[in-house]
Design a protein around this ligand. Structure first.
Ligand SMILES: CSCCC(=O)C(=O)COP(=O)(O)O
Ligand SMILES: [Zn+2]
Length: 208
């Protein structure tokens, strides 16, 4: 699904306000993009506070990451573009830095966590039951986006993989056919991470 540049600017600014209000994009963290009708990509400008975006905080790049309008593209542009190349149906990519997602990623050295039995699994496109489990892949952080992209690619191509992954000590990526679906995937994943944390806390308290 694609949209006009004007529609994308409005959608990404509004999503940025909502994600900031949840505490998921503090201190200029996070970056958001949407695929446009002309084949280019609307993308947040690097270094801006993503909860206080205005029109000049969004720019256009081509699918090779070359700027088509003024601004410095996100430091993570290549991670967004890699997802658009891998998934032609992807229309938007949202990246947040929630403390819960980052804390989870630092509490394990595993290459992912299993989310099972949650009714919230039905927020993922194509999922219709709680009686299932999905894998949230976790990849080590790097300042070289090509290293992250190469490391996470195999997990993203597993049949039935959810449209989300976590960068350790960094944050969560989520995507969907449009901004609304990408935000639903990010919100549902963040909610299940918080639910797993709450469950662990209750189990620890009740075993004393
Ligand atoms: C203080 S956040 C460090 C950079 C980052 O991880 C991020 O998500 C925002 O980078 P951008 O270049 O897109 O502003
Ligand atoms: Zn980031």
């Amino acid at each position: 699904m694609t949209m006009s540049y004007e529609q994308a600017v409005a959608a990404l600014i509004e999503a940025g306000r909502r994600l900031d209000a949840r505490g998921w994009a503090p201190a200029t963290s996070g970056n958001y993009s949407a695929r446009l009708d002309d084949g280019s990509v609307a993308l947040t400008v690097s270094g801006r506070h993503k909860g206080r975006l205005t029109g000049d905080g969004i720019m256009r790049v081509d699918l090779d990451g070359r700027p088509l309008t003024a601004g410095k593209p996100s430091a993570e542009t290549d991670l967004h573009l890699a997802l658009y190349r891998l998934f032609p149906e992807a229309g938007a990519v949202l990246h947040g830095h929630s403390p819960q997602a980052v804390g989870l990623s630092r509490a394990t050295e595993a290459d992912g966590i299993t989310l099972a039995g949650h009714e919230m699994l039905k927020a993922y496109p194509g999922h219709t039951t709680h009686a299932a489990e999905v894998r949230l892949p976790i990849v080590d952080n790097s300042q070289d986006m090509a290293v992250i992209e190469a490391a996470i690619r195999p997990a993203l191509l597993v049949p039935g993989a959810i449209p989300a992954y976590l960068i350790r000590s960094h944050g969560l990526y989520a995507w969907g056919k449009d901004v609304d679906e990408a935000e639903r995937v990010l919100e549902a994943t963040e909610w299940m991470i918080a639910a797993e944390l709450a469950e662990a806390s209750f189990r620890r308290a009740w075993t004393r």
